[in-house]
Design a protein around this ligand. Sequence first.
Ligand SMILES: *Cc1c(COP(=O)(O)O)cnc(C)c1O
Length: 420
Amino acid sequence: MYRRTKYDLKQELNLIKEANLYKDERIILSDQKARIEVSYPAGSTPKEVLNFCSNNYLGLASHPKIKKAAIDTIEKYGFGLASVRFICGTQDLHKELEEKIANFYQTDDAILYSSCFDANGGLFECIIGQDDVIITDGLNHASIIDGIRLCKARRLIYEHSDMKSLEQKLVLAREGFDIWDHTGLAQGPHPAKNIIIATDGVFSMDGDIAKVKEIVELGQRFDAMVMVDDSHATGFFGKTGRGAIEYNGVLGEVDIITSTLGKAMGGASGGFTAARKEIVEMLRQRSRPYLFSNTLAPAIVGASIAAFDLLEGSNDLREKLMENTKYFRENMKSLGFDIIDSVHPIVPVLFRKFDDDAQRAQSMAKALYDEGIYAIGFSFPVVPKGQARIRVQISAAHSKEDIDTCLEAFKKVGKKLKVI
Ligand SMILES: *Cc1c(COP(=O)(O)O)cnc(C)c1O
């Protein structure tokens, strides 16, 4: 009988709507690129808008070379494999991509997953357990949080990017702290046997870069492993696209790197863990999303190989992206907008001077959309109170004219809504 649950769900859904947090889908009628055709609200007459909210940082989502690689791979390797990796789901292609990724990040080995969410979900429980401690940044991605939940290790959270706070947690983990058993009795103190520090490489709401170098140094001092999820950086950030790890000058020094193929690297789907030899070896034995979920489709693997090759061969797209980002950031500042300083193509536009910041972010996003600029507004509880924002994401797919059009719309709407 569904009746009772239906009632409960409807109540809860109404609460979501009342809190202005109800998410609806905008229907896109074209491929993913700078100019897309959108029907919003769903079913209304389609309209062409400039897309400033995708993770298509390098414009590879519909790049001719990537599409061709996917099509060619389907012709040769078929559409699907109908198997997990260890039964009959590993083609030479999968091994080739894993080797490419391991070389790219200068790690011993790499293992593919259907998504980075799965890579993070299937990571921690395979390598540490109840005698161990995970120390995690307060703003880490949901998939890291879920992966930690699935693991028996104890968890300590450090203040976002605060190295003093991280150090305190490392001291605590090494000295040991009380844990409570199910009867509420203190059992302790238990010093950690193994420690993992886990962080996003780039944080998606602020576009700020993790202090990976300092984290690696702390890891060395306290004999703790370091795990970095480089999803918002792989392929485009850092001098040669090796992400926040390269940007911080610690390539080859991070024990575990997870990332996605679903953002800059073509944007279809897929994820990976690149790590020390024994860690990857253990993941192939024990990692549940790897053992019990289907292999990555050949077309995605073939296109991802092409994406890595394309990026090794040339810096053009990365340079275009960084040029676009710099141009947009500088102009937004001179227009008087309140943006968070960084060098990343995630550009959050805030409303910190205003009491009604959430309201303003929302009206502004709507007015921008009417001007043909598609960017999303975020407010509490997705971001802290007083930090409502429009998150703009710049791409190498944008032309200078596209960025100018966006700036012009921000200026017009910003003046109209008295934000600048
Ligand atoms: C996007 C993202 C993920 C999820 O990647 P998928 O491959 O889409 O599952 C995981 N971690 C971080 C930090 C991300 O930004």
